[in-house]
Design a protein around this ligand. Structure first.
Ligand code: PA5
Length: 456
């Protein structure tokens, strides 16, 4: 199934025949290559060019042999792009915390404002063994900073002499409340470079510090990322170079789908431990591309679990879905994995005799992939030669670049998220923040509307 142990995007089931705009979109390779070159040259795409990486690599090595090694627990405060990458890496490459008998390091990610959850963490975590990693590029995000206030209070109370040594902040180098905190108290920080948007920042200190803490091979992640990103960031990238890059074909497909009315994009991960990459991708795609009435809704799914929940809708619901199908490629000569089934199986399960548990996953992946194709779901197959950090780095670069290019093909800005600001302002107005007169008036009108509630 793999092409000689390579990582591939397989377009066999992509259904190009359904799309009328693909050829025109492909014809925009020169324009896109020029835009990419300009953005990279002006420093607006550190996500691809990684100018900060040499310095960060040194810093990570220091942290690994110093600060990070001193703690058993890391409590990460962050939301959206400041937490989803770290969670995906943890679940994929340090899944021990979810398995029985875990005695190693623990990463706790608080990306919500549930009062009881925060309280429980503060009651049960041993402060002396805990490093709090606060991640907020803006340094002003209420969900993260709200938690920070309480966690800082907890540290000061529990560890009056050395609370500062238990805080590591990741924030903008100049702006925001968190930066002022770092400067005021002399707290240790790691930088999040200019122009590196949250959802494009997993392969920076944002995701790599937790990865290093957990003992994940972050160097292999970076290596894999670079293999895909470097050609895009290389000076002199021309139309042919971009056209040959899989991120461009992915973007052409993504935009063609939208043009043809496919407004939902399933990401079906048949690597169970990689399920959280589907959530990471969902934020990347949705927050980047949901603009001006355009975009396609990402639907994270994991095989085989979701075969028994949402797959019926994928197969036979509205014909508005496409699928990115991610699996580990296996060749016929690969040894089957997992425990062998016992010999004394009942007659109806006889076909499992002599087989191993690990044979279920690829068989079910094949079955589902083929069923999706049979049901006319346009499908791009991403097959990875191994499910390791190197492959994850490649996937993250490919998905990030494809998202960016899809946005450019759509004529929108894929690195902002203006629509989500309204809800944030309204919540602040509700909490009594200064100013925001317009929002306060709008809230009053909204909450005094007629009561259409129906008891059940
Ligand atoms: O992708 C994004 O830019 C957002 O999801 C942010 O990551 C999220 O809003 C958190 O922002 P910040 O890191 O500034 O706290």
């Amino acid at each position: 199934m793999t092409a000689g142990g390579k990582d591939v995007l397989d377009w066999t089931g992509a259904r190009w025949d359904l799309f009328s705009t693909s050829a025109v979109l492909r014809g925009r390779a020169r324009e896109m290559a020029e835009k990419l070159g300009g953005e990279v040259a002006s420093g607006r795409l550190p996500f691809l060019s990684l100018p900060f990486m040499p310095e960060l690599e040194k810093r990570l090595a220091e942290l690994e042999s110093g600060l990070l090694g001193r703690f058993r627990h890391m409590l990460l405060l962050g939301i959206g792009g400041s937490s989803l990458g770290a969670r995906a890496l943890q679940k994929a490459f340090a899944p021990g915390q979810d398995l029985p008998g875990h005695t190693g390091k623990c990463l706790w990610i608080l990306d919500n404002v549930d009062a009881a959850t925060l309280e429980t963490h503060l009651l049960r975590l041993p402060p002396a063994e805990t490093l709090v990693y606060v991640v907020s590029k803006s340094g002003d995000t209420i969900e993260t900073i709200g938690q920070y206030f309480l966690v800082k209070d907890w540290l000061r109370r529990e560890l009056p002499d050395d609370w500062k040594d238990h805080l590591l902040l990741n924030t903008d180098e100049k702006h925001g409340y968190l930066r002022r905190e770092a400067d005021t108290f002399g707290l240790t920080t790691v930088p999040v470079p200019d122009n590196l948007g949250g959802r494009y920042s997993a392969i920076s200190a944002v995701g790599l510090v937790p990865a290093a803490f957990l003992g994940i091979d972050w160097r292999a992640l970076v290596r894999g990322f670079r293999e895909v990103a470097d050609p895009l960031a290389a000076p002199g990238l021309d139309a042919a170079g971009l056209a040959a890059h899989p991120s461009f074909e992915f973007a052409v497909w993504g935009k063609s789908l939208m043009d043809a009315g496919y407004c939902e994009l399933i990401t079906f991960f048949y690597i169970p431990q990689w399920a959280s990459f589907a959530d990471w991708f969902a934020q990347l795609w949705a927050e980047s591309l949901g603009k001006n009435g355009q975009g396609s809704q990402p639907i994270p799914a994991v095989g085989v679990t979701d075969q028994h929940s949402v797959n019926q809708m994928f197969l036979d619901g509205p014909r508005n879905k496409a699928c990115l199908f991610v699996e580990r490629g296996r060749s016929e000569v690969d040894a089957p994995e997992g425990l062998p089934f016992p010999e004394d199986l009942p007659e109806i399960f006889e076909y499992l005799r002599g087989r191993r548990f690990g044979e279920l996953l690829p068989a079910e992946a094949l079955g589902t992939r083929m069923a999706l194709c049979r049901h006319q779901v346009p499908l791009a197959g991403m097959r990875l030669s191994s499910a390791d950090e190197h492959a994850a780095g490649k996937l993250m670069a490919l998905c990030g670049a494809a998202t960016l290019l899809t946005g450019w093909l759509m004529g929108i800005n894929p690195v902002d998220q203006p629509a989500v600001e309204l809800g944030k302002r309204l919540a602040k107005a509700r909490l009594g923040a200064q100013g925001l007169a317009e929002e306060k008036a709008a809230l009053a009108a909204f909450t005094s509307g007629g009561d259409a509630a129906q008891e059940f």
